[in-house]
Design a protein around this ligand. Structure first.
Ligand code: GDG
Length: 755
């Protein structure tokens, strides 16, 4: 079932082209379903989706014609549709710069690891942005809040952000059908382009890729370019929770499996079987594209024939190439290379009665395709890089007699799932030649075992499972966003907090310092309290019902220097030292044991040497390694490594290792903010407690106070927490504290004091 929340919504599929081609001559207009992986997959899903699921299914895209022709073709279009079309008209010259230019002369080669083919052209980039804006304008006119939008592929990377500008609350899914490259390739683009493309994608709620490797590469770019942290799947972008995940696209298994048994396909199959006679037949079909590895495939086949001349005259290779993008130089050049290679191979090894390669350069009707899938003995699919590769899955699904061999490049996304294929490196012509021999000679029982395993995979995660999984996950993300948002304490009075404060007579205010009262700064010594903050704290402490404690991981010296003159209590080094209100400092921990610091320090020093802009802070009782200013990804990795080393090194020492906000800290056992708070509330009774903090170390306080009725715990920032509420930033904390100061007096209520 497709995930549905409430009432029926419209579903928008947005792809570069509408899934139809309009062909016109002087007399009439003809329509043809466009070919290509994306169209095959989405059309199959929309056909199968129940009419009750969405109130309307709309496919938006470029119609590949102008407005007049579209109007003339309307009748024919309406009679063939499974969905409503929303044509996005784009002027021809602009379209070429966007499509052949930026999309296929920059993104396509770069994302498929052909950096030397990439053209960096400002004019192409501007056209790409302009066309995405045209898409955003066209869709915005029909979309309503709550509708779902599913953006497809690399032509529309910036579109989600543009749509959000018009409709902030629509649900947006984005799916990339091609690989996402590693950061080292992505960063070859000019920086403003990197930013706009990534921000465009990050504006979706769910970003889907074919494999977890592509998702991981995307997240690495998010971290490196946008400096946004992630947890391996989720990250926050402009206050929204966003998920990046793998959804390996499937096919309509039954369609291929059943077609293989149809009369028409059987008839075509018999023709090919008669043609091949006793020969073994190898088959491949791809769009003309340098990523599909046609040249290497021919070389591998050539090598097989040269290494095993006994097969000359006993095999035939049917190579079908579908015309594609032949206006782009690299494609026409690729075609020339392939044509020449086939000519030479047929000329050198073939003769009048036998041709090693039978080459067909044209589209195929569906039945012809399945006829070939089922007549051949072996499918040879060897892309140099491929997002997924549907042909491999279609070949598997079509084998309704359970036989057949698949040789598949490990550079195709499909290789992650079809592990029972003969997997080869497409650059290794020897491995390919060996695999052809193995495949041709494979026993029927091995063929059946491998094919059964692959069919199980393709059948289970079919096109519907893929789309349903994507939609269900999108629904979950939207739900998660909702539950996080409701925790935000935007209207302080709505939770009765201000009233409770005003009516109470003995209050404990526990305030963390860095990241709570004051934003983080590059150097810890720079986080000096400003006059406004000092005044707010003074005003708060002027009310004798308030017992304020600044509770921090900082050393006592800094706290004393900055805040010592105020009528507040100070708790330093997470509770190792306490200065009660109006009293002097006292130690809560045993004196620092020189021994453990001497053991720990070298480990931190080593990490500081390896990680630029990280540094050690040495306090009276503890040692801390800070990496806030280090490069995001590297800093995170170094921190993990140090954390693990410290855990090992301190196993027999009386200390704790703690990972805080961009800091790893080692401090004596039993010292944490939670213990400090336990002590405070056991010494005095309070009828109102407010506790604010941003860091992992503050969670110890939140946990202790979770069961205390009169306590309001507030996490600064958006992360999940034991605190009851969240508040956006130190800036909002200040407004909040000022609101408390200014709140009018209320008569006390008979509230119980807690002890
Ligand atoms: C992109 C990614 C990813 C092609 N010509 C004819 C025809 N086709 C159909 C095939 C198959 C599809 O087109 C080709 O799909 P691929 O996956 O192999 O490749 P791309 O077009 O490059 O697709 C790719 C895909 O998107 C989906 O996400 O897998 O990695 O590059 O379905 O059957 N079908 C017929 N006649 C043709 O002439 N009947």
């Amino acid at each position: 079932m497709i995930y549905l929340t409430t009432m029926k919504k419209k579903l928008f599929i947005i792809s570069n082209r509408l899934p139809l081609t309009i062909e016109q001559n002087e007399q009439d207009i003809q329509l043809r379903q466009s070919s290509g992986g994306l169209v095959s997959a989405i059309s199959a899903f929309l056909k199968k989706s129940s009419p009750d699921t969405f109130s309307e299914q709309i496919w938006a895209g470029f119609p590949d014609c102008n407005y007049d022709i579209w109007q003339r073709a309307r009748g024919a279009i309406q009679s063939t549709r499974d969905y409503t079309y929303l044509p996005v008209f784009i002027e021809e010259e602009l379209y070429q710069r966007y499509y052949q230019g930026f999309s296929n002369s920059l993104i396509w080669p770069l994302f498929h690891y052909f950096p030397s083919f990439a053209e960096y052209n400002d004019d192409y980039y501007n056209a790409y942005i302009r066309v995405n804006e045209l898409f955003a304008e066209a869709v915005s006119q029909q979309v309503n809040n709550g509708d779902m939008v599913w953006i497809q592929d690399y032509h529309l990377l910036p579109l989600a952000a543009m749509l959000r500008r018009y409709h902030p609350t629509i649900s947006i899914g984005f799916f990339l059908h091609i690989p996402f490259p590693s950061y080292e390739l992505f960063r070859l683009m000019p920086k403003p382009w990197q930013h706009q493309l990534l921000k465009g994608m990050a504006a979706a709620d769910l970003i889907g890729f074919h494999t977890i490797d592509y998702a991981a590469d995307f997240l690495a770019c998010i971290a490196n370019v946008l400096k946004i942290e992630h947890d391996g799947q989720f990250f926050r972008f402009e206050e929204r929770l966003v998920k990046a995940d793998a959804f390996p696209i499937g096919i309509d298994f039954d369609q291929f499996h059943e077609a293989a048994g149809s009369e028409e396909v059987s008839r075509i199959r018999q023709q090919y079987i008669a043609l091949k006679g006793p020969q073994k037949m190898i088959f491949s079909v791809d769009r003309l594209d340098y990523t599909k590895g046609l040249h290497n495939r021919l070389k591998g086949y050539h090598r097989f024939l040269t290494q095993h001349p006994e097969y000359i005259g006993k095999v035939m290779f049917v190579l079908v190439v579908i015309p594609s993008r032949d206006e782009i130089d690299k494609y026409s050049e690729n075609k020339r290379i392939i044509d020449e290679y086939i000519g030479n191979l047929n000329g050198s090894l073939g003769d009048i009665s036998w041709l090693p390669v039978r080459y067909h350069y044209n589209h195929l009707p569906f039945e012809e395709l399945v006829g070939l899938y089922t007549a051949c003995d072996l499918a040879l699919i060897t892309p140099l890089r491929d997002g997924m590769n549907l042909v491999a899955k279609e070949y598997v699904a079509s084998q309704n007699d359970g036989k057949g061999v698949l040789i598949l490049s490990e550079m195709a996304g499909a290789a992650r799932e079809l592990t029972d294929a003969l997997l080869i490196n497409p650059n290794d012509t020897k491995e390919m030649a060996d695999a052809i021999k193995t495949g041709i000679e494979m026993s029927e029982s091995e063929q059946r075992d491998r094919m059964a395993a692959m069919q199980k995979v393709v059948k289970k995660y079919n096109i519907n499972a893929w789309a349903n999984d994507f939609f269900a996950t999108l629904g979950e993300v939207i739900k998660q966003q909702g539950s996080l948002e409701t925790k935000f304490l935007d209207n302080f009075s709505s939770v009765g907090l201000l009233d409770a404060y005003a009516r109470s007579s003995r209050r404990l205010l526990l305030l963390d310092y860095d990241g709570t009262l004051i934003p983080f700064s590059k150097e810890p010594s720079e986080a000096i309290p400003d006059p406004i903050l000092l005044q707010t704290l003074k005003d708060l402490s002027a009310d004798k019902r308030n017992h304020i404690y600044i509770i921090s991981g900082r050393d006592s010296e800094s706290l004393e220097k900055w805040l010592g003159h105020l009528e507040v209590g100070l708790i330093a080094e997470h509770g190792a030292k306490i200065k009660n209100i109006g009293r002097g400092w006292q130690n809560e921990a045993f004196r620092a044991d020189e021994d453990w610091m001497a053991k720990i320090r070298p480990l931190m020093e080593l990490q500081s040497d390896k990680c630029v802009r990280s540094f050690i802070e040495e306090k009276e009782f503890s040692l801390a390694w800070h990496y806030r200013n280090a490069e995001l990804v590297h800093g995170g990795l170094m921190a993990k490594e140090l954390f693990n080393r410290l855990l090992n090194a301190t196993a027999n020492l009386p200390v704790n290792v703690l990972a805080g906000n961009k800091v790893i800290e080692v401090r004596p056992n039993g010292i944490d903010k939670g213990s400090a708070v336990t002590k405070l509330i056991s010494e005095q009774s309070y009828d109102f407690i407010l506790c604010l903090g941003d860091d992992k170390t503050d969670e110890d306080m939140f946990k202790i106070l979770a069961s205390v009725d009169v306590a309001y715990t507030i996490k600064v920032g958006q992360d999940a927490s034991f605190a009851k509420y969240n508040i956006q930033s130190p800036h909002v904390v200040r407004t909040f504290l000022q609101t408390i100061v200014d709140y009018p007096e209320l008569p006390p209520t008979a509230v119980k004091f807690m002890r």
